[in-house]
Design a protein around this ligand. Structure first.
Ligand code: B12
Ligand code: SF4
Length: 414
């Protein structure tokens, strides 16, 4: 059996190759173990009509890539009518009842187990419409085989703010956990992982990191986890393992898991950049987003992190139904009074399957626009993605612009 995963348009990202989907690598690793021939076809660089023949074409979808994937899937079906087209990923999982029939099999949730069932079904020719993960995947010995894709999707340049480099051999992405126990109303994670977090064995992570150093000479890592800093004893064990490896990494943490002890452990084991999700520097708006943090906690976390030689990036989100002129000004004041090295600002999209999408009316949203503004970047026209009950789109945009103009002036928008 031959399966080709198709990489859709990701031109809105600065460097889409920089973080190739680990999810696809994980399932490709299992497929290879089962004797399947796996390849990737990148439509950002190649014309779809030149796609090599395969028995199965696969797409990994998030909300933002879904429409393009449907388009591509239709074109592939015309070119290769006898091939099977399958889909998986976060958006397929969350929006499972509204997936275009061009996708003949839809994978719901983690797919390391279900993809094996699919391979078995390929032998008989009897496929299911849905492949649903009915038990969590055993993470103990799961290591993605990076050799399945060419070096330039694995090895990227600097992952640190200001293009800092701590080593000359590039960087790569890695994950230590899956899931998150929190319930932020704008995030897909609570539905994808049912608010359960699972931790990989530290020994398996050590094997993966040592393998990357040996095979690629890479010593800089982007740790992609949602909340791996959540469990103190796990974090300690992990950091103790990483300390002697002479690596450098960036990661994210929730501010309520920032303690001096945690940050010291992170720093000593090579952490040189931390991202924290502030979202909005206003307690009432944070409460509405169910972020379960306060502005005071954010400032305390910043104070602790800045005791170390660690670059600090703060993530903000505008375009929500809770934006007011006051919250925009609160964001600005927050940035002015804290020692922050980098800002990333997201434009809120209510993803299907999140609380804010499912309970739109409770969150003051009357409509989610069809063509979404996926990112805040100079090359993308900036608009809110929702129509609010209380104010016009024009007024909402005016409010968002207060913060947008400020971060633009500060040089935080590329
Ligand atoms: C790391 C990460 C990134 C990285 C890497 C993205 C990537 N390509 O993997 C970067 C920074 C590039 C990124 C970018 C974006 N991201 Co992001 N990202 C994540 C994060 C934190 C982890 C993803 C991950 O690696 N998970 C671990 C792997 C093992 O899981 P997985 O990818 O879901 O794959 C498993 C299954 O889904 C399934 N599967 C996946 N694909 C397929 C395909 C087939 C055929 C099959 C059979 C199975 C299958 O099998 C895999 C193994 O079990 C998630 C949050 C989360 N925890 O999921 C957000 C998340 C996926 N991102 C999100 C978004 C919105 C984006 C952006 C659109 C942001 C933007 N505005 O630019 C872009 C889109 C880029 C893209 N095309 O993917 C949203 C998606 C929401 C949604 N409903 O779709 C999430 C859920 C966060 C959130 N806000 O809720 N992201
Ligand atoms: S935003 Fe972060 S903390 Fe909140 S549910 Fe999502 S992954 Fe968890």
């Amino acid at each position: 059996m031959k399966i080709t995963f198709i990489i859709p348009d990701m031109s809105w990202l600065y460097d889409y190759k920089a973080q190739f989907s680990l999810g696809l690598l994980y399932i490709s690793t299992i497929l290879k173990e089962k004797g399947v021939e796996v390849s990737f076809y990148d439509t950002n660089e190649n014309d779809l009509k030149d796609i090599p023949k395969a028995d199965v074409y696969g797409f990994s979808v998030v909300f933002n890539t879904y429409d393009n994937c449907v388009d591509l899937a239709r074109q592939v079906k015309e070119l290769r009518p006898r091939s099977k087209i399958i889909v998986g990923g976060v958006h397929a999982t969350l929006n499972q009842y509204d997936i275009d029939p061009i996708f003949e099999s839809v994978f719901i949730g983690e797919a390391e187990n279900t993809i094996v069932k699919f391979v078995e079904d390929f032998e008989t020719g009897e496929f299911s419409e849905y492949y649903i993960d009915d038990k969590p995947v055993d993470l103990s010995n799961l290591i993605p085989d990076r050799k399945l894709i060419s070096d330039d999707y694995i090895r990227t340049g600097s992952i640190f703010t200001g293009d800092q480099q701590f080593d000359d051999h590039g960087s790569t992405a890695i994950m230590f956990t899956r899931g998150c126990p929190y319930k932020c109303t704008f995030c897909a994670s609570p539905r994808v992982y049912n608010r359960q977090i699972r931790f990989r064995d530290v020994a398996s992570i050590e094997k993966e990191i040592k393998g990357i150093i040996k095979d690629y000479g890479i010593r800089q890592f982007r740790i992609q986890d949602d909340t791996f800093t959540i469990k103190q004893d796990y974090l300690k064990e992990l950091c103790d393992m990483m300390k002697p490896l002479n690596i450098f990494y960036r990661c994210s943490t929730r501010v309520n898991h920032v303690t001096e002890e945690n940050i010291k452990n992170l720093y000593d084991s090579g952490c040189r950049e931390i991202g924290i999700g502030i979202e909005v520097a206003n307690d009432e708006a944070l409460k509405q987003l169910k972020k379960q943090i306060t502005v005071k906690q954010c400032e305390e976390a910043i104070r602790i992190i800045k005791k170390f030689d660690i670059t600090l990036r703060c993530f903000f989100m505008i375009g929500t139904p809770y934006d007011t002129e006051q919250t925009m000004q609160d964001n600005i004041d927050f940035i002015e009074r804290n020692d922050i090295d980098g800002i990333t600002c997201a434009n809120f999209i209510p993803f299907p399957g999140t609380e804010m999408y499912d309970k739109m009316e409770d969150h003051n949203i009357s409509l989610v626009k069809k063509n979404t503004c996926m990112n805040i970047a100079k090359h993308i026209e900036f608009t809110p993605n929702i129509i609010r009950d209380d104010i016009s789109e024009k007024d909402h945009l005016q409010i968002m612009k207060v913060f947008y103009n400020y971060i633009d002036k500060r040089g935080f928008i590329k």
